[in-house]
Design a protein. Structure first.
Length: 357
């Protein structure tokens, strides 16, 4: 009897937890934290159960040790999140590998690690970058079960050899990274301990950075922050994973993440996270992962309509129409036939003339 009671209790708890999970997936709690420090937290991300889609999207908001609070990805104590976009992009801070010298010896040497797990380090937004005039660097990682390794060399003899904005191997080197990297190890090295360039370039640097956030300058050679750990912005691709593609995910409505007035789509070459993403239908905008998150765009109010000069805009759900002014008829849209004046009805009057003789 005791064993039966335990089993029944276990089953009831399992059903209750499953129901809770479904409820959480259907609609996040109304009192969920919307910001952590400067970061706007967009669902499916959240800071506590009932506020995120699943634990993959957990943001740990640390207000105990930081003021203002600092957001970290999942339970990481080092992976700070600086931006979330609804179209499958995160921006995180990743460490820079440094290899620095003074006149006598090496004074700093650290590798840099970045592990994303369920998400992917963006191959379209990031570049592996090495800075220095006596420098080279390696990036290593795994793609599935395969190992990946590549290097980049940066060389110059004088500061005058270096050009601001150029990253072609003289003072700065950049290469693409492959698709599908979920963890990387980066290390900076020096060929000759910077002995020939020490007066203006004491360090080698290696890192993975979001390309749009980086502009090389000769000032980067000066050894800023020699005794500090440096971080750079790195782009990460995210998606809804673990449910298959759109067709497979749509077959399980209780777990399907795309809500009303939204469409499911599978990431293209611009997103290497796999799985699927959601977007609002044409004529709607907002968060497609929230119930009623995709709101109708009032094209008339926002001036996003194209109506003929003799027509006015009428907003409808997900679209708009153009209606001709009174006294005009036709298709009121600019790309239609336009509005033309109504023709006044012509009354034919027959006159009878009688002739009498």
């Amino acid at each position: 009897m005791c064993l039966r009671f335990v089993l029944v209790k276990f089953l009831l708890l399992t059903v209750a937890n499953a129901a809770l999970t479904t409820t959480q997936l259907a609609k996040p709690k109304p009192d969920c934290l919307k910001k952590c420090g400067d970061l706007e937290i967009l669902y499916p991300f959240g800071t506590e159960p009932g506020c995120f889609l699943n634990e993959t999207f957990l943001i740990t908001c640390n207000s105990t040790h930081y003021n203002p609070p600092r957001p970290f990805l999942r339970n990481s104590s080092s992976l700070v999140v600086t931006d979330i976009t609804i179209d499958g992009r995160l921006q995180v801070q990743s460490y820079v590998s440094k290899n620095c010298y003074d006149e006598k010896k090496m004074i700093w040497n650290n590798p840099a690690y970045l592990r994303i797990s369920q998400f992917a380090i963006s191959d379209t937004k990031n570049k592996f970058t090495v800075i220095g005039c006596d420098s080279y660097g390696y990036i290593r990682g795994t793609i599935g079960e395969k190992s990946y390794s590549e290097g980049c060399i940066s060389w110059c003899k004088r500061r005058d050899d270096v050009t601001d904005g150029s990253c072609s191997g003289s003072g700065c080197c950049q290469i693409d990274i492959p698709k599908g990297l979920k963890q990387i190890w980066v290390q900076a090295y020096s060929f000759k301990n910077h002995s020939n360039v020490l007066r203006f370039n004491p360090c080698s640097y290696a890192f993975v950075i979001e390309d749009s956030q980086f502009h090389f300058s000769t000032r980067n050679l000066s050894g800023y922050g020699i005794t500090k750990k440096l971080k750079v912005p790195t782009a990460v691709d995210w998606a809804i994973t673990g449910q298959g593609n759109c067709t497979e995910a749509e077959s399980n409505p209780s777990l399907f993440a795309c809500k009303e007035n939204s469409l499911c789509y599978e990431p293209t070459a611009n997103n290497s996270a796999g799985g699927y993403l959601c977007k609002c239908r044409d004529g709607f905008e907002g968060n497609p992962y929230l119930p009623d998150g995709c709101k109708d765009i009032d094209e008339c109010e926002q001036g996003k309509f194209k109506c003929h000069n003799q027509a006015f805009c009428v907003n409808i759900q997900g679209n708009y129409t153009c209606e001709c002014f009174k006294g005009y008829k036709g298709d009121g849209k600019i790309d239609g036939k336009g509005c033309t004046p109504n023709q006044l009805p012509v009354t034919k009057i027959s006159l009878g003339v009688g002739l009498g003789f």
